[in-house]
Design a protein around this ligand. Structure first.
Ligand SMILES: Cc1cc2nc3c(=O)[nH]c(=O)nc-3n(C[C@H](O)[C@H](O)[C@H](O)COP(=O)(O)OP(=O)(O)OC[C@H]3O[C@@H](n4cnc5c(N)ncnc54)[C@H](O)[C@@H]3O)c2cc1C
Length: 448
């Protein structure tokens, strides 16, 4: 048995560890060495889901050994890759050839299989949809040991259930998708200062034409400044844009962990005072840079936290949870204000707080819906868990839902209220013999 946890380091569970090294091995893992059926398996990529989604009820199948790029057409940008390939490694090969993934989450240390299973969204969801919208075909090892290739036009029900399906329809072995052309590895970034929540939401709405948009939100601001934000808009820079920056390397290499958190930080380090001081400074500095376009290397724009190795240890040994909800546009302003007000009043300091605009999604269990998403990191404690139960009620009342890839603690009732596609996924799971065989700590907790 091995102890597993997600990126939030909460909760922790024991599970057997299985590590296939080649696609051909995966389907046979549904049976043990004596040919007896195994129960409670789930695939795991890089373990960047925050909670318990990538921990098998009995056994966890770590897919990182399947990390080959099978084909890469440098004329069209089409790639076929094994599911355990790290996004960072794909970018390392594709970028110098002038290609970039169509959708990336906030860290590049995720696998392609994990990106499909969570149907991850990037800063361009309002324009480009989720990663799953770009998958052309994927090969899946089903619980009966069959390997099936599916896509939007081929076994579409299985495909729709697998996009965002959190590994509950089978183990993704390979996937094909097309990269987008880029001319440089730089992003031309413009900052819009939003002194309160209404203006932050308006700035995101007004930025519908921007390729990328995201808001950093000062979750400790209160009163008239509640929800004050810096909204970052981004476009892929052209070689002409680079002339403004003398000596700029057209394809800047990723800067590795500039700093690593060596030990669990004392849990009081990220408190209201320290985060409040940081937020005030950060907002002031951002406001000074507003208006002018600046060039930012791709890794700093898309993956700012990747520069700090093991930053999840900043929250102390008990770990932390990320609370990520999405709210339909009509309810967003009122419910977000209520959530921010309660978090701020409770004195909980979230070091990271982000707002994004999302469009519709197409997987049965995909998280995005047309509306606004808020993500907050909070250290685990009994008080925080009680506060989050209160926030769940606001989200459910507003017709929103919580992101399964971030979840470690929502109740089955909150899940049921938020995901209308759940019964379709359940029916499909029955058809393919998944219940019992494919289950994670998350799926058992939520009764999926
Ligand atoms: C710093 C940070 C920033 C993030 N930013 C974003 C963001 O902006 N947008 C966003 O959408 N997400 C974001 N995430 C969440 C992350 O993108 C997802 O959790 C993603 O699924 C992690 O990929 P992984 O390879 O680590 O998968 P894991 O965490 O290992 O697994 C996640 C899920 O995918 C399933 N899975 C993994 N591999 C396979 C496979 N081969 N076959 C079938 N199922 C599989 C697992 O069973 C599990 O349900 C962020 C996470 C971090 C830590």
């Amino acid at each position: 048995m091995t102890e597993f946890h997600g990126w939030g380091r909460y909760p922790r569970h024991d599970s057997a560890l299985i590590s296939p090294l080649a696609p051909g091995e995966v389907a046979s893992l549904y049976d043990d060495a004596d040919g007896r059926p195994r129960a409670g398996l789930i695939a795991r990529g890089a373990g960047r889901a925050y909670g318990d989604a990538a921990i098998g009820d009995s056994a966890t199948v770590v897919m990182r050994g399947l990390d080959r790029i099978r084909s890469f057409d440098r004329q069209t940008g089409r790639v076929t890759v094994e599911a355990g390939l790290l996004l960072a490694d794909l970018i390392g090969v594709a970028m110098p050839a002038g290609w970039f993934p169509p959708v990336v989450p906030g860290t590049r240390f995720v696998t392609i299989g994990g990106m499909i299973a969570a149907d991850v969204h990037g800063k361009n969801h309002h324009r480009a949809g989720g990663f799953g919208d770009h998958v052309e075909t994927l090969t899946l090892a089903l619980p009966d040991g069959q390997m099936v290739t599916c896509g939007p036009d081929h076994h579409p029900d299985l495909f729709r259930a697998t996009i965002g399906g959190m590994g509950l329809t089978g183990m993704i072995v390979e996937a094909s998708f097309t990269l987008v052309p880029i001319q440089t590895g730089w992003i031309s970034q413009r900052t819009v200062v939003a002194p309160d929540l209404d203006r932050a939401l308006a700035a995101l709405r007004d930025a519908a034409e921007a390729t990328y948009s995201v808001a950093w939100i000062d979750c400790l601001a209160r009163g008239a400044a509640l929800g004050r934000s810096l909204v970052y808009l981004g476009e892929h820079a052209t070689p002409a844009d680079l002339t403004a920056r003398a000596g700029a390397d057209r394809w800047p290499p990723a800067v590795g962990g500039r700093f690593t958190v060596p030990l669990d930080a004392p849990s009081m380090m990220l408190n209201r005072l320290s985060v409040g001081a940081f937020n005030a400074l950060y907002y002031k500095r951002g406001a000074r840079a507003a208006g002018q376009a600046m060039l930012v290397p791709w890794d700093r724009y898309f993956f700012p936290l990747d520069g700090i190795g093991d930053w999840n240890r900043l929250y102390g040994a008990r770990g932390f949870v990320q609370y990520q909800c999405v709210l339909p546009m009509t309810a967003a302003a009122g419910t977000l204000a209520d959530i921010l007000e309660r978090v701020s009043r409770a004195g909980h300091a979230s070091f990271l707080a982000v707002l994004k605009q999302l469009g519709p999604a197409h997987g049965d269990l995909s998280f995005p819906m047309e509306g606004v998403t808020l993500a907050l990191d909070l250290p685990v404690s009994a008080r925080v868990l009680a506060l989050l139960n209160d926030l769940d009620r606001l989200v459910v009342a507003a017709g929103g839902r919580l992101y399964l890839a971030k979840d470690a603690r929502q109740s089955p009732a909150t899940f049921e209220a938020g995901y209308p596609g759940r019964d379709r996924l359940r029916r499909l799971r029955h058809q393919i013999g998944a219940p019992g065989r494919l289950s994670s700590k998350l799926s058992t907790r939520l009764g999926i």
